[in-house]
Write a protein that binds this ligand. Structure first.
Ligand code: G1P
Length: 924
């Protein structure tokens, strides 16, 4: 089967007969919060949030089970009704027998076009959809001052026969006009709230009230379907309600209004109150001569009271204005995606990678909601994803990320846990409205990874000393207890005993996030699993479960924190202010606790929890940085040794790996098992990433993961072996059929983090294999059945699932740029440490990446004339803008100082040519 092919370097792709693949959809979004999903038959939905859906909300199965799609009908004299979007009962009926409509999809960032040709009818229809990235006032800049919550659609009908065609066009866009909740909560009753008006150019629906989880509130949004001909001429009449449009016995895919070519039920100025609505727009009948075309522009909008439909018509309502918006939108996205682009030996990869680099932005705009597979999302973003998505954004557009990061630290509680309800604005956290006393034990580990990248890329080490508030609600002791003294009226900022809001440094927040887990251990002296870790599905071991995997990440992080503390000292800081209570957990500075004494650790943590249960004293003590670093490094050392000693398992056949978990019965989860070895990829990734696995163990892990988790059918490494059934002592994930989602699928996020960890451990070829496998599978359309990009996971049958919104894209970006290309800041300097394998270089021996480091747009071109493989070369020369530049060699890599880059003219792209030469035995 022929899959999609790229047609240009922007990533534009073309796919023939896209409608013969199910479950495909494409996102159209803008910064105003409009999110559309669109399929090859223009199914999908359009909304700005959980409570404001313009069209009926869809989950992925609705894409084929519901008939409520965007539609554009043509009544053809002498033939009858035909859907330009392929959504008619007769067209569907022909699908497997005489599907003689030639359908071609073309899509690019971020627009979507489907052409459909029926030679026997003499007609071609081309439908282009776009969500304008910026209002007309703003061209291709980041300053998206005024985006409209609109999706635009242009329909071009062309007579491809040699005789005149008489056509009557009717646009038909179902208008839901309310909250997604109303799909199963008073759907009919909420239609009684609708007030639909036939305006000059379309149908406007302004419900009187909204009934949703917020209560019964006056509604001020207007849901609109406006239309005009190419020159701006309005439709001739309207069908604003579903009943009148479909007729008795009709349906969305065979409506009486079109099939019987009925006259419009309503004229401009008419109203319909209390019915399900539709933007049924009847355009004037016209005769097309052979070769001639007719154009129709539709504006599908969600309008706030300050928005006037007339403005939208003025901005978008002709064919020429539509084209301007389309061009600007394409330019807007291209200018963003151009910032990070790679030029390797495989052009298809380079173009595919553009779509991956778009994904973090899609996740920022959509979270885990609002695309058809993500039918559990209601908007908002989760803590873990929030931080990891910034990894990708730091690579794509690092400007101002510091403020965003600082804002997010306001979500940390003094017990090291964090708020779970995160608002749209940075720093906006809310007390959990559902009172869910749940803590994910991995949450404390992610912010440091993001901050670490931020510090490296910018050199802004003083960021660690900036102050921020803490989050406070009724949950204390990591949700194990309730602070009876807390009331919502006190607000969600932690206060000191004297009543003032308490503020601590970013460093203090990070310390709390890492010191608390060190003491919060279960019976094996491993950090407790609590509500779950990265794997949300490990949620049934809250009492006795422990996560070895994330203990390893915390260990690596404690070591990194100690290094950062020393870096602060090297910049002239002698000490740092810390909450007095925290010194309880910096035990080696005061009264030490034996690290191998579980009860003593728990008791010390209890003392700390007691000291900051409702308020904190507000007193701070200045801790010398050298002492602080020593305490942290000591804890990292102890954990590393403990994990190596206690958690390494072997199968007796030469394989060895780390146990990743203890279950709720206190049993070790992984290792040899009568029904087949048990292994999780997570359990291997973090000992590798956190430096817990020795170099020898790292190699053994690679071989063991290849043996137990590798599966070419799913494009790489599965998340776990088959544990053989439901695990009531571990979590709901094992209720999923094996091979799906968090139970043993090829789960991209963990697979990519595996690649990252392998590169980090110097295993470049092994890391490349993981990244390459993911790419090869995702782009093999006949099996993955997805558009360019990374899926969240690959199903048992090989289909790419949950496309677009996945944290794996951020990690792929991070791994490719900072590990494979090896371009990463180091506290503001530039480190060039390529680990590209031979085949990543083009035929001329070069491989290049465009990226942003230390505020500079760079193009780094590696020259590998001898065609050497990763590990066999070293940096031998660096030229900046064609001139040799000073650099310091470091184990095969080159460090270029920040000063060398500082002299470059701002806003221009600087080119670095880096020559690679064979590595000698003792690298410089
Ligand atoms: C999703 C969630 C992520 C979670 C993971 C595993 O992965 O967003 O927070 O850790 O499932 O349960 P994603 O592919 O979006 O990164």
């Amino acid at each position: 089967m022929q899959g999609w092919t790229f047609v240009d370097d922007h990533g534009t792709f073309r796919l023939e007969n896209p409608h013969r693949t199910s479950y495909l959809y494409f996102p159209l979004v803008n910064e105003s919060g409009l999110v559309s999903a669109i399929t090859p038959t223009l199914h999908g939905d359009i909304k700005t949030g959980q409570n404001s859906f313009l069209t009926p909300p869809v989950s992925v199965e609705d894409l084929h089970s519901s008939r409520a799609a965007r539609n554009f009908w043509v009544w053809i004299e002498g033939h009858g009704a035909w859907s330009a979007t392929g959504n008619s009962a007769p067209q569907q009926a022909r699908r497997f027998t005489e599907d003689d409509e030639a359908v071609v999809l073309e899509a690019g960032p971020l627009w979507h076009r489907v052409s459909r040709e029926r030679p026997d009818l003499g007609l071609r229809a081309t439908v282009t959809n776009v969500v304008p990235a910026a209002g007309d006032a703003v061209a291709s800049t980041d300053a998206v001052a005024s985006t409209d919550a609109v999706e635009l659609m242009r329909v071009t009908l062309t007579n491809i026969s040699d005789s005149p065609l008489s056509l009557t066009p009717t646009a038909a866009i179902p208008i839901f006009g309310r909250s997604a909740d109303n799909l199963r909560d008073h759907r009919h009753v909420t239609s009684l709230l609708h007030r639909a008006t036939a305006a000059d150019h379309g149908v406007l629906v302004t419900p009187t009230l909204s009934f949703d989880e917020r209560g019964h509130l006056p509604n001020d949004l207007t849901y609109a379907v406006l239309g005009s001909e190419a020159d701006g001429r309005p439709p001739r009449g309207f069908f604003p309600d579903v009943e009148a449009f479909i007729g008795e016995g009709g349906a969305f895919d065979w409506p009486a209004a079109v099939v019987q070519n009925l006259s419009p039920s309503h004229r401009p100025g008419d109203r319909v109150d209390g019915y399900e609505a539709i933007g049924g727009l009847r355009f004037a009948e016209r005769t097309l001569q052979p070769g001639a075309s007719a154009d129709y522009i539709l504006i599908l909008a969600i309008l706030s009271p300050s928005h006037d439909p007339g403005e939208l018509l003025a901005r978008y309502g002709t064919a020429a204005r539509f084209e301007t918006s389309l061009a600007r939108t394409a330019e807007y996205w291209a200018s963003r995606l151009d910032r990070v682009a790679c030029h390797t030996g495989e052009r298809r990869f380079d173009r595919w990678f553009r779509w991956v680099s778009l994904q973090p932005t899609l996740r920022r705009l959509c979270g885990n909601s609002f695309l058809p597979y993500h039918d559990y999302g209601r908007g908002g973003r989760g803590w873990r994803d929030l931080w990891q998505d910034i990894l990708g954004l730091l690579i794509m557009s690092p400007d101002d990320v510091g403020e965003t990061l600082l804002g997010h630290f306001a979500g940390v509680r003094l017990d090291g846990s964090n708020a779970t309800i995160i608002g749209r604005e940075p720093g906006a956290f809310r007390a959990d409205r559902n009172d869910i006393p749940r803590v994910w034990m991995d949450h404390g580990a992610w912010p440091l990874l993001t901050v670490d990248l931020y510090l490296d890329q910018t050199g802004d080490l003083d960021f660690l000393l900036r102050e921020q508030v803490y989050f406070k609600d009724h949950l204390v002791e990591r949700a194990a207890a309730t602070d009876e003294a807390w009331t919502a009226e006190q607000g969600t900022w932690q206060r000191a005993a004297a009543g003032a809001v308490y503020r601590g440094t970013v460093l203090e927040h990070l310390l709390i996030q890492h010191l608390v887990p060190f003491f919060h251990v279960g019976e094996h002296n491993i950090v407790r699993l609590e509500g779950a870790d990265w794997n949300d599905g490990l949620d049934m071991a809250a009492e006795r479960g422990e996560s070895v995997a994330f203990t390893a990440l915390y260990a690596g992080n404690l070591r990194r924190l100690s290094e950062l503390v020393l870096a602060l000292a090297a910049r002239g800081h002698a000490d740092t202010p810390l909450a007095e209570e925290l010194v309880l957990l910096l035990d080696t500075l005061g009264e030490p606790v034996a690290s191998d004494d579980v009860a003593a650790k728990q008791a010390r943590l209890g003392a700390y929890f007691a000291a900051c249960r409702h308020t904190i004293s507000g007193r701070q003590t200045r801790v010398p940085l050298a002492d602080l670093a020593r305490d942290l490094a000591g804890k990292a050392d102890w954990l590393t040794a403990h994990l190596r000693r206690q958690e390494w398992v072997e199968d007796g056949a030469g394989h060895g790996w780390f146990n990743g978990y203890y279950d709720n019965a206190g049993r070790r989860v992984e290792g040899p098992h009568p029904a087949g070895a048990r292994m999780t990829l997570t359990g291997q990734v973090f000992p590798l990433m956190g430096g817990v696995a020795t170099p020898e163990q790292a190699r053994t892990i690679v071989a063991s993961v290849d043996r137990y988790l590798h599966d070419p059918v799913v494009g790489g490494y599965r998340l776990n072996t088959d544990f053989g059934g439901v695990q009531l002592d571990l979590g709901r994930a094992f209720g999923f059929a094996y091979g799906h989602k968090e139970n043993g699928a090829m789960f991209s996020h963990m697979a990519v983090m595996y690649a990252f960890a392998l590169y980090r451990r110097g295993l470049a070829r092994e890391g490349f294999r993981v990244l390459d496998g993911l790419y090869r599978h995702s782009q093999a359309f006949s099996i993955s059945r997805m558009y360019p990009g990374l899926p969240e996971y690959v199903s048992e049958r090989g289909r790419g699932m949950y496309p677009y919104l996945t944290g794996s894209a951020s990690w792929y970006l991070l791994t490719l740029v900072t590990e494979a290309f090896g371009v990463r800041g180091r506290l503001g300097d530039l480190r060039l440490c390529p680990r590209l394998v031979r085949e990543q270089f083009a035929a001329d021996g070069t491989a290049a990446i465009d990226c942003v480091v230390a505020g500079r747009q760079l193009t780094v071109v590696y020259h590998n004339p001898a065609g050497l493989d990763a590990g066999l070369y070293r940096v031998a020369g660096v030229r900046l803008q064609g001139v040799e530049v000073a650099w310091v060699p470091e184990d095969g890599a080159a460090i270029v100082s920040r000063e060398a880059l500082a002299g470059l003219p701002a806003g221009e792209t600087a080119r670095l040519d880096v020559t690679l030469a064979e590595r000698t035995r003792s690298p410089s």
